[in-house]
Design a protein around this ligand. Structure first.
Ligand code: AMP
Ligand code: MG
Length: 267
C-alpha cells in the first residue's frame, strides 16, 4: 500500500516508528524490477508529453541523511528520460552570494519551468535541518521558515507545479554499512567526508528536525512521502510508483496541432 508512506497533512511523523525496510508488498525481487523498468518507460513517455504540452511542471524534492541514496535514486529513476526535459539541481553549502539573499532565493531560481521535471538533490529543507541542528542561525530565524516554506510551495503549486517530496529513510545501521563501503572502495572515497561522521553523531537531532519538517510541511499541494530506503529496489520502485501515478493523474495532453496538416506537402 503506497499510501502508508504518505504523510497525511496535519499528522505527526514518528521516524523511529516508520520502517526503513519494506514488509508490506511484494518481496519478489524480479517482479519488482520488472515493474520498475515498465514504470521507468512510462515516466519517459509522460515526461515527453509534459514537455510537448508545455503548460505545467513537476518538482521532485529528495532529502535524506548522508548515504541515504539521493544520487542513486536520481540515476536510476530518471535513467531513460530525455535529458532535455529534466533538470537536476544539487544544493550545497550556500555561497556568499546566496547567503546575502533570503534562503528561498536560490531555490526559486532553480524551480522548474513549464514542460520540465525539476529534481532537487537537497533543497530549501536544509534550512530547517542542518541549519537548525548546527545552530547556523538562531531559532527565531529558522522557526518561522516552516510557514514560509509552505507558502512558497503553495505559490509554486498555484503556478502549475506539481510538487512531490521524498524523504529516503535509512536506518543508522544501513548508513554505517554504506559509509564502510565508501571507505573500503577507492573509487568511492570521493563520496566520503569526515563531516559525514559528525552528522552521524547528531543522528537523533536530525531525526527530530526531520520529524518537524515532515510533519509541518506535508500539505495537500506538496505532500511528503517517507520512503523505506534500506533496500534500493524498494526505494526505486516506490518512488517510481508515486511519481508515475501522480503524473498519470495530471492527464497531460499533446497540444492540438495546426489545422490542415494532412494537406501539407513538402517539396
Ligand atoms: P553533498 O550532498 O554530500 O554534496 O553535501 C552537500 C552539503 O551541503 C551537505 O553537508 C549539506 O548539509 C550542505 N548544505 C546544503 N544546503 C545547506 C544550507 N542551506 N546550509 C548549510 N549547509 C547546507
Ligand atoms: Mg555527502
Amino acid at each position: 500500500m503506497l499510501e502508508t508512506h504518505l504523510v497525511a497533512p496535519g499528522s505527526r511523523v514518528d521516524l523511529a516508528g516508520s520502517p526503513t525496510r519494506a514488509n508490506d508488498f511484494h518481496d519478489d525481487r524480479e517482479a519488482a524490477e520488472r515493474e520498475f523498468r515498465d514504470l521507468r518507460d512510462e515516466l519517459a513517455d509522460l515526461q515527453h508529453a509534459l514537455y510537448a504540452e508545455s503548460k505545467r511542471k513537476v518538482l521532485v524534492v529528495l532529502q535524506a541523511m548522508d548515504a541515504g541514496g539521493k544520487d542513486s535514486t536520481i540515476r536510476k529513476v530518471f535513467k531513460g528520460v530525455n535529458p532535455q526535459g529534466v533538470r537536476v539541481t544539487s544544493f550545497k553549502v550556500p555561497s556568499s552570494e546566496e547567503l546575502a539573499h533570503d534562503f528561498l532565493w536560490r531555490i526559486h531560481k532553480a524551480a522548474p519551468r513549464t514542460g520540465m521535471i525539476g529534481v532537487f538533490n537537497r533543497s530549501h529543507y536544509e534550512d530547517v535541518l542542518v541549519v537548525r541542528v548546527d545552530r547556523i542561525v538562531p531559532e527565531e530565524v529558522w522557526r518561522p521558515r516552516y510557514d514560509m516554506i509552505n507558502d512558497f510551495e503553495q505559490l509554486l503549486a498555484a503556478n502549475g507545479t506539481t510538487v512531490l517530496k521524498f524523504f529516503l529513510h535509512i536506518s543508522r545501521d544501513e548508513q554505517k554499512e554504506r559509509f564502510q563501503d565508501r571507505l573500503d572502495r577507492p573509487e568511492k572515497h570521493w563520496k566520503f567526508s569526515r563531516g559525514d561522521l559528525d552528522k552521524r553523531q547528531q543522528w537523533h537531532d536530525y531525526m527530530a528536525a526531520y520529524e518537524d519538517a515532515l510533519s509541518r510541511c506535508s500539505t495537500a499541494v506538496a505532500p511528503w512521502w517517507v520512503i523505506p530506503a534500506d533496500q534500493k529496489w524498494y526505494r526505486n520502485l516506490t518512488i517510481a510508483r508515486v511519481l508515475v501515478g501522480t503524473m498519470r493523474k495530471m492527464e497531460i495532453r499533446f497540444p492540438t496541432p495546426e489545422d490542415g496538416l494532412e494537406d501539407v506537402t513538402i517539396d
